[in-house]
Ligand binder design. Sequence first.
Ligand code: ADP
Ligand code: MG
Length: 909
Amino acid sequence: MTATEHRATGTHALLADGTTVRIRPVVPEDSEQVGRLYQEMSAENLRSRFFAASRWSGRQETERMCAPGRPGYQALAAEVGGRIIGVADFERTGRAPDAGADGGLVEAELALAVADDWHHRGVGTLLVEHLVDRARQDGVAAFRADALSDNHAVLRVFGDLGLPVSRRFEGAEVRCTVRLDVRDDEPYLTAVERRASAADIASLRPLVRPGCVAVVGAGRRSSSVGRVVLRNMRRGGFTGLLYAVNPHARFLEHVPTYPSVGTLPHVPDLVVVAVPAATVPGVAEDCGRAGVRALVVVSAGLDAEQGAALLDACRTHGMRLVGPNCLGLANTEGEVRLDATFAARGPTTGTAGVAVQSGGVGIALLGGLSRLGIGVSSFVSLGDKYDVSGNDLLQWWEADGVTGLALLHLESFGNPRAFSRTARRVARRIPVLTVDAGRSAAGRRAAASHTAAAATPTMTRRALFTQAGVIATRSIGELLDTAALLHTQPLPTGSRVAVLSNAGGAGVLAADALVEAGLTVPELPADLLASLRRVLPPGASATNPIDVTPAVTETALTECLDRLAAHDAVDAVLVSLVPTALGAATGEDPERSLTDPSGVDLPCPVVAVRPDQVERVTVLRATSGRDVPAYAEPQAAAQALAHAAARARWLSRPGGVLPELSGIDEPGARTVVDAYLDAHPDGGWLEPRECAELLARYGVPQVPWAWATTEDEAVAAAARVAEPDRPVVLKAHWPGLVHKSAQGAVALDLAGEEQVRDAYRRFTERFGARMTGVLVQAMARRGTELFAGIVQDDVFGPLVVFGLGGTATELLADHAARLAPLTDQDVHDLITAPRSAPLLLGGQDREPADLAGLQDVLSRVSRLATDLPQLVEADLNPLVARPDGVLAVDARLRLVPRRAFDPYLRRLR
Ligand code: ADP
Ligand code: MG
């Protein structure tokens, strides 16, 4: 089976201990294997599955599972190294007894069996998770499972899933029925996320904390990449066992060398592969067979086939993979000391977790972090990111106990939906910083040719990173500026900055830079001014910015700083100092007031600007208390402070809750999607009727409409959709029509039968046979024309876009976007973000639009975007907002065939 076939028929996922398994549907050809699974089960295991130690039941069950597919039945197998180690299935049983008036509640009977030697490793949980996903798509609302009441293992699997569970004991209390409600959302998603994270971390352990490492491809040339890695491993003082693989040598760099991976005296946890591209797949296969758990492939230039073979070997043998085409990996933890890179200088021990795509950027960052005294905890160059991604590392750093700061320089981060969720969670604990790479069209082109990562316009991307809690900087310089501040100083509690300088002009420049960065330099309250005047030299101006004059003494400056920092009108202090002859003459060094203060940590962040400094940013070491970041440019200091203030704001903001929405028919919507994709396997734009139906399933309010294919039908339809004495609208349709008004295909404000007939005739004259019909709509009353839409972003996943609509949409580009799913807080932010927001909020002689109605529509659009990954584009334009409601009058939706990249589903890429 080729790699692509493999992937087509199943997905790989991680068990609790980090083992890779394949989850796939059971097929008739599996009967022998499934039969064996039951044959080899212990009597006890059989009894818990069938309530009797019955081999006969196993045979029956095998027949049932391996029968050709039938509606309402699904069976999945978990496979490791070609062996089926567990199976689970569900069979629809019909409506639940407590089905509501809508009658939509469908239940299914769930069953589960895992091989004796694979118990307690999360096989059952993983299988049930995948069944839950399928059941949801199938419109099943609940699973029912029978279990013996002393079968604690299986009861625990059900109980810990994160789904609402109820148990009912039957008969003599030996059997019980478990009912799992598969519709409930957030708690389940959190539970899946927790399991996914634990499994992910377990699978990364052999990679980041290996006990034994081998380097394959360390050649005889001492400049070969493999040799450099080997030298770095030794120089770094790796604490575990180290081997080299080379058939022509017994020692390389004093490291014992063996002819092949299979002949090594210990099985390595991690193998660094530095062989020519053509031999990479073979080496990977050897490693897999030998039981290696992780690979770092530094080799570049693999073609598509070699790449697929490499990934296939990793999946089949359950190895995590960094690269190919990367600089390597390092972990500075004292008990590991791993430097599996070919960088010239080793990483400095510290607290920044670093993941980069390009090795060059990595070297620059390692250098910068070392200079600033931040150092790194672990460093990974991800290269072409076949497997391990930014998402994986965020989870590692969240839990490794050393990392205090995450830095990512990547064009994309892994599964986009997972990124948005993971980043939001991890950023609560540690700052997550990135360089917003690929912003310009040219940068995007480079990025796309590099990794085929797409990008969204800059402004929108900023907002999206902010929403995810990620600090997005514009350059590596800005990233380091910000890291220096976050590493040394506390977060400001607001945006009010006091500026102190010993040269008036510098203070003014700093104040300008702060305001430009979005911070404020407020006037200071009278009590604070009075208190400052008491310590400052005569001639000092105690207004913000504060000019302390070149004559200021170190003691006075220290006093002044203390008073500013302690006052609750100040959230941060920027101190700009130039060395003066005056200071030099008296032996005064005002800078010491920053680094040798009274010994107590100031209650707010302090940054220094030193216009004469050569380095863009440095850290001034404190003799006691906190180090202080110092910048050559006030702009750099201001930007770093602005990022810190934005993080503080994000942390203090309530996350919001996902709004409850009634009247959502997800299975119904999926039916519409599936039917369309069956008929159009390559996807495309939905017909107006299909658009309307899909939106209706999600309760999006639409103007009343009907479809007509003759003049008489149009007249009848007009009578049906219009309110009494209100006009109607006719819109011609043909496949592929995009901008209807530009084509003259919209006739507005038609009053009475004659005008409808006229409009219809004009359409037929104009468009002839190409027209497949007309959409007849009620004419909506006047209101504000808005726009709401969906796009699927390669980095962030589904986005909801909102702004001013109608024909002005493209002209004004007054849009905002947020990550779906939108919380109530996000919806509020989205509505108030566009410049045109005041139009909705009402004013002197304007009634506000129906904001509750608008929030509801946006929440529904968000649900559509989250539930239906095939919906890659949606435009509701215009959405007419009035004080008495919100209505969609034009909708365009595009579907593409793709499987859910569902965060509910644990799977490797
Ligand atoms: P398109 O965007 O393809 O040009 P629309 O259906 O959006 O076509 O129609 C163009 C414009 O006509 C809308 O922006 C809106 O101003 C107006 N319009 C369309 N349908 C209606 C309707 N049912 N009620 C009121 N105005 C409408
Ligand atoms: Mg339109």
